[in-house]
Design a protein around this ligand. Structure first.
Ligand code: FAD
Ligand code: SF4
Ligand code: SF4
Length: 653
């Protein structure tokens, strides 16, 4: 029976206090001192834009605070654009896959979110999911640069890194050809992650709008075997290596060469290509990360079958590509026993906690804290069991605890212990023990025109591959224009651009070099403002957290299947928030490091020095308030009551 999860919302967080016990007297006295000395202080409020920690923790560097402020209505779209489209445009500046990301990104941004210090993080991933789906449902397209540069870039690999690079290159007008050995585009988004986590219609939509920008594709073409790298080198102005880590790692134990002992990558590829339609009676998976959960949940869904025909296609033959499952001959399907074995104990497994819980609910047995010792084989060399044992670590060495060995019977053993890069025919790039090492611009050492991104650098996440692609494309673009590559900023993300927003709103803007202070009358420049977002991520203790009442997070519904319901069920499980829920969730964002128009500074300023900028003179986000320095006495009350940490006392120091 399919059920919908009870949503467990965190409603109780810490009671917010600015000072800890024993600190209050000293701090309050010092604050009073500062107020009393205000008659001679030179300090006045500065408006200081910082990077929020959510954005700093997003490997793709999305302007998360920006799109949350758009969704909640603080940042207004230009006339004729809906907030949904504007939010979509903002997300996709950094990441052209919001619907994929909103479903399967483990959301490191949420772990970094300052709202965790109030009660619970903002549901960033859920907002991204909503906006991504809206983009698909409303036919959002990307537009390539109006002018072609005439330069040509070859991309090896059509996974998220390669496709994101193609997108960023087309935005700059460079010609792009992607080479991929598979029949279809998407890399591990299609051949690794199962369709009940990344539904294929959604994936196809997000990929096709990149291809429609004028990207040429050469599918079923493996660079290094079907076409040589030298040929690419001769024909293209720059090359981006994004081959991912396609080779699964076999188990490093005796007996692992048995034919029914396969890798997770091969297993999932056979399933995602539609060839693998069933597994055996008992599947043993070894891993602990998300890939092992994918294998286990797919095996649970496929189950064991009895057949009406005479075919005896064994799963390992299907996985090896020798044959495909004969769907027509399947007469009955029953659940397979699936056991997942992990060296880490269950609470320390790398896989997403929710996925582990769901796997358990689906009847998958998880055994943590044991290590594989051997694959037990029969007289024909076929695996019949995986032998595991408890162990202790002595330095880097695994020491088996004698007497703890036991055999877990299995007719299919799947190794999900990691992936490796397949360098066949392109061995010259293996400069880091099976991976590729680059400089900070993701340029391959010793070559001006070759750049790299994604799992070939270090197998990680989709968002990481997309982040690499953005930075690499900055480098490729500079190289193609004959420029030096920039030194990357300390906080290397897609920063909100105050001036671009100013110009977009149609207001007059005068470019001023250096900062202009105390000019609250001028309407054509940004004054008493400093952008420190390229070097500062604002921590929670620079915010006034007491401003934010406890508000439970809006949590998406998840269909959880039990043992019986999982069999043969390939439906998507995660359901998007509604329009209202998504706006309410965005309102939980504390807009760390940027004004969110709460009026506190205006209300509390004892000198009426802080004032609201008239709507018609307010060209960009963060100019909602301004200070008349002739009235300001430097008491810093505005800075103390600013919930977002946007006001910092400065100047004249
Ligand atoms: C089972 C599984 C589940 C995962 N789940 C998640 C998840 O839930 N969330 C998440 O964020 N990440 C997840 N990941 C990780 C994520 O999929 C990868 O980090 C990401 O896909 C890496 O992107 P990439 O573009 O570098 O490589 P890939 O996605 O691997 O794409 C590389 C492409 O290059 C092609 N290629 C390789 N060599 C050549 C060659 N010589 N010539 C031509 N083409 C070539 C391949 O065919 C492939 O299409 C998962 C990975 C796996 C395996
Ligand atoms: S890509 Fe991942 S880390 Fe970045 S905003 Fe989306 S969920 Fe967060
Ligand atoms: S509260 Fe908002 S701006 Fe601050 S870290 Fe969380 S999502 Fe980002």
């Amino acid at each position: 029976m399919a059920v919908t999860t009870n949503k467990v919302q965190k409603t109780e967080g810490m009671t917010w206090r600015r000072y800890k016990d024993g600190e209050s007297e000293r701090n309050i006295r010092s604050a009073q001192d500062r107020i009393f000395q205000a008659s001679w202080t030179h300090k006045c409020p500065e408006y200081m834009l910082s990077t929020p920690p959510c954005q700093g923790s997003c490997p793709a560097g999305e302007d998360i605070r920006g799109y949350l402020n758009i969704v909640r209505g603080i940042e207004k779209p230009p006339a004729g654009t809906t907030w949904q489209e504007y939010a979509f445009r903002r997300i996709t500046e950094a990441n052209p896959f919001p619907a994929v990301m909103g479903r399967v990104c483990p959301a490191p941004c949420e772990s970094g979110c300052n709202r965790n210090m109030v009660e619970d993080h903002v549901g960033i991933n859920a907002v991204e999911h909503f906006v991504g789906d809206w983009g698909i449902e409303n036919g959002m397209k990307f537009t390539a640069a109006a002018t072609e540069t005439g330069k040509k870039v070859a991309i090896i690999g059509a996974g998220p890194a390669g496709l994101a690079a193609a997108y960023q290159l087309r935005l700059r007008g460079h010609g792009v050809t992607i080479f991929d050995e598979h029949e279809e585009l998407g890399g591990m988004m299609r051949y690794g992650i199962p369709g009940f986590r990344t539904p294929r219609e959604m994936l196809d939509s997000e990929i096709s709008r990149i291809i429609e920008m004028g990207v040429e594709t050469r599918l079923k073409t493996r660079v290094g075997t079907d076409i040589s790298f030298d040929e690419l080198d001769k024909s293209y102005d720059a090359i981006f290596l994004a081959m991912g880590a396609q080779a699964g790692r076999p188990l490093p134990v005796p007996g692992a060469e048995a034919p029914n002992c396969v890798t997770a990558v091969a297993f999932l590829r056979a399933f995602n290509e539609g060839r693998l339609q069933h597994v055996g009676n008992r599947v043993v998976v070894i891993g602990g990360g998300d890939t092992s959960i994918d294998v286990a949940t797919v095996a649970r869904r496929l189950g064991n079958v009895t057949k009406s025909g005479t075919h005896d296609e064994r799963p390992e033959n299907v996985i090896a590509g020798h044959m495909a499952s004969d769907v027509a001959s399947i007469s009955a399907r029953e659940g397979a026993e699936v056991v997942l074995v992990s060296r880490a104990t269950m609470d320390k497994m790398a896989a997403n906690k929710h996925e582990v819980e769901h796997a358990l609910q689906e009847g998958i047995e998880i055994i943590g804290g044991v290590t594989p010792v051997a694959v037990v084989v029969d007289a024909n060399g076929r695996a019949t069991a995986l032998r595991v044992a408890e162990f202790v670590m002595e330095g880097n060495q695994t020491k088996i605890i004698e007497g703890t060995e036991r055999d877990l019977p299995g007719d299919l053993i799947v190794s999900a212990i990691g992936q490796a890069v397949d360098f066949t025919g392109i061995e010259q790039f293996n400069n880091n023990n099976g991976l590729i090492k680059t400089d900070k611009n993701y340029r391959f050492p010793g070559s001006e025109k070759i750049f790299v991104g994604g799992d070939v650098i270090r197998p990680h996440l989709l968002t990481t591959a997309i982040g690499h692609a953005s930075i690499a494309v900055d480098g490729i673009d500079a190289f193609l224009k004959g420029k030096e590559l920039d030194k990357r900023p300390k906080v290397d993300v897609h920063h909100f651009d105050e001036i671009r927003k100013w110009l977009e709103s149609g207001h007059e803007y005068s470019e001023i070099h250096g900062q202009i202070w105390g000019t609250s009358e001028r309407k054509d420049i940004l004054h008493n403002f400093e952008d420190r977002s390229a070097r500062h991520i604002i921590p929670h203790n620079e915010l006034f957290l007491g401003h934010f009442p406890n508000t439970p997070r809006h949590i998406r519904d998840v269909t959880v299947l039990d043992k019986d319901a999982a069999l043969g069920n390939f439906e998507e499980r995660l359901h998007a928030l509604s329009d209202k829920e998504v706006v309410d969730e965005a309102k939980r964002c504390m807009s760390c490091g940027q004004c969110f128009e709460c009026d506190n500074c205006v209300v509390y300023c004892p000198q009426t020095a802080v004032f609201k900028v008239k709507k018609k003179d307010n060209p960009t986000v963060g100019r909602y308030v301004d200070t008349d320095y002739t009235k300001c006495i430097g008491c810093h009350i505005c800075a103390d009551v600013c919930p977002t940490g946007y006001i910092v006392m400065g100047m004249g120091d």
